[in-house]
Ligand binder design. Structure first.
Ligand SMILES: Nc1ncnc2c1ncn2[C@@H]1O[C@H](COP(=O)(O)OP(=O)(O)OP(=O)(O)O)[C@@H](O)[C@H]1O
Length: 251
């Protein structure tokens, strides 16, 4: 029996920003249905990593494979197979919520009846019905975040990339987001999300990767009751740059 192909495979990727290394020699693999939390202090390289994974930044070195194909050579794959919620999701203030979904759907290869059906489905699922005709420019931050998530999910991507997805959400919306993440993972979507919140990782993820100064310092499974261990490991790495924390042993 052959091993299943990873949805996402990062091999030794490096990216400089403003002449300085932002991410260095990072390798990671993510399988279908896995939820990986990317943790790190400000400036650790999380957003840079996710922008490369989403196809918005090209690595200086190394390769990224999506469903077994190099996506620097096949950028159209990224557009169709990836849903990306950036840290500050760009919006056109003069377009309505529905118009945003239309525009995103077209970019991702949806048209006609398939696009209309996908829009209806995601509007219902994320409870955006009452906002469908509202202009993006007048949405609250939390509503914008929900629209960004709807745009990321619209085309049923095989890889979902979420940069600080709980930002600006109230506790009810955070719980709803966790539900959506769980449902997507159960349906086979591979998910990578970044956060500053350790609780977000233990609640929503089954694996954690800790970045520090652009380097991967930890990658291992996580369970609900691992919160204290995770906290200690995170602080060891963040405060002391401890590369060999023995509090959590990666599998
Ligand atoms: N647009 C940019 N231009 C120049 N340097 C950048 C840019 N964006 C990020 N950097 C630098 O790259 C490094 C990694 O930043 P990145 O935003 O990836 O980290 P992060 O872990 O996502 O941080 P945060 O949690 O604050 O969002 C930092 O040193 C940062 O200053």
């Amino acid at each position: 029996m052959t091993a299943p192909t990873a949805v996402l495979q990062l091999d030794h990727i490096t990216r400089h920003r403003a002449g300085r290394p932002a991410v260095t020699d990072l390798s990671l693999q993510l399988d279908s249905g896995q939820v990986l939390g990317l943790l790190g202090v400000n400036g650790a390289g999380k957003s840079t990593t996710l922008a490369m994974v989403a196809g918005a930044l090209v690595p200086d070195k190394g390769s990224i494979q999506l469903n077994g194909k190099d996506f620097v050579e096949h950028p159209e794959l990224a557009r169709r197979a990836i849903g990306w919620l950036p840290e500050r999701a760009p919006m056109w203030p003069e377009l309505t919520v529905s118009e945003h979904l239309d525009a995103h759907g077209r970019l991702r290869g949806l048209h006609g009846a398939a696009l209309a059906q996908a829009s209806r489905k995601i509007i219902e699922r994320l409870e955006l019905g009452s906002l469908a005709r509202r202009l993006a420019g007048v949405l609250s931050q939390g509503q914008r975040q929900r629209l960004g998530l709807a745009c990321a999910l619209l085309h049923e991507p095989s890889l979902l990339v979420l940069d600080e997805p709980a930002n600006a959400l109230d506790p009810v919306q955070v719980a709803a987001l966790r539900g959506v993440i769980r449902e997507q993972a159960a349906a086979g979507t591979a998910i990578i999300l970044s956060t500053h919140l350790l609780a977000e990782v233990t609640a929503a993820c089954d694996r954690v990767a800790i970045l520090h100064e652009g380097q991967l310092r930890y990658d291992g499974p996580i369970k609900d009751d691992d919160h204290r261990m995770l906290e200690q490991t995170f602080f060891d790495i963040a405060m002391r740059g401890d590369e060999n924390s023995d509090r959590m042993q990666a599998a």
